[in-house]
Design a protein around this ligand. Structure first.
Ligand SMILES: Nc1nc2c(ncn2[C@@H]2O[C@H](COP(=O)(O)OP(=O)(O)OP(=O)(O)O)[C@@H](O)[C@H]2O)c(=O)[nH]1
Ligand SMILES: [Mg+2]
Length: 252
């Protein structure tokens, strides 16, 4: 059976049950085992800050991978900050993030957006969740209210979480978050089909295949630079992805 646990700020306290697999064989993962990956598309206003934050928090030990489709200085800045940059024609969020998820060889993969919205200072807690035996640790932006999020997005994200929960029979709170940690085996064992809706698909298919998922409340900051998502066409695409992934997983 799949399980979703939602932690409060004190980390792992509010879990309702432990995952079936606990602890990591051969000891705990450290940041040497972690790749932080992202799609980057004209993010020169944020990319330096995001990578510097990751380096500071992980003591330079996490690998950073950017799948980049930019026409600005984003890839140069990323390389100057020590990231591995994979060039890709811009084809949408999910195409970039899928390539980014599958690029690393390290056993723990963390996704983020390259727009300075997500709290890199919480990386140690995401890693602790994986070390506690969770397969997926998912940042829940709505728990603290996500005041920095435009109101339409906030409403849309609450509706997506409701729709996904109804389809799965499990309450989830933020299906479209960009910040998650995965055991690499999870992302490699499932075939991903969605583009704008990839984030929701990643949560839904993992959960419905019985992987242990924890939602971790996170702060969410205002974006640096321009959004790459049209809220209306993007929202419709995400709703379709939720329906498709939820129904396909039910019928599996
Ligand atoms: N390589 C690549 N990256 C992309 C593409 N589309 C989006 N991204 C990146 O994916 C991440 C998510 O895009 P955002 O524009 O932040 O989308 P969002 O988080 O839904 O929207 P905001 O709330 O405005 O941040 C960002 O780091 C983008 O640069 C693309 O076509 N190619
Ligand atoms: Mg974003």
């Amino acid at each position: 059976m799949s399980q979703v646990h939602r932690a409060d700020d004190s980390g792992l306290k509010r879990s309702v049950a432990s995952p079936e697999t606990s602890a990591v064989e051969g000891g705990e993962y450290t940041f040497e085992d972690v790749s932080v990956v992202m799609g980057t598309y004209n993010e020169e206003a944020a990319v330096g800050t995001v990578i510097a934050d990751i380096d500071r928090v992980t003591d330079g030990r996490a690998e950073v991978v950017c799948v980049d489709g930019s026409s600005d200085r984003t890839p140069e800045i990323a390389r100057e900050h020590g990231a591995r940059v994979i060039e890709q024609e811009p084809q949408g969020y999910g195409v970039a993030v899928r390539a980014a998820l599958l690029a690393p060889e390290r056993p723990v993969v963390v996704t983020t957006d390259c727009d300075d919205t997500y709290p890199m200072e919480r990386l140690p807690e995401f890693l602790a969740g994986i070390n506690a035996g969770y397969d997926v640790v998912s940042g829940d932006r709505l728990y603290h209210g996500a005041d920095a999020m435009p109101a339409t997005n906030r409403l849309g994200n609450a509706a997506f979480a409701w729709l996904a929960s109804a389809l799965m029979g499990e309450r989830v709170h933020d299906t479209t978050t960009g910040m998650r940690a995965y055991r690499r085996e999870v992302v490699e064992s499932i075939e991903w089909t969605e583009n704008t809706g990839l984030s929701a698909e990643l949560l839904i298919r993992s959960l419905m295949r019985g992987y242990a998922v924890r939602e971790m409340p996170i702060e969410y900051r205002e974006r640096a630079g321009e959004t790459k998502l049209d809220p209306f066409s993007g929202g419709a695409a995400i709703a379709k992805s939720i329906l498709r992934a939820g129904i396909e997983e039910r019928l599996r």
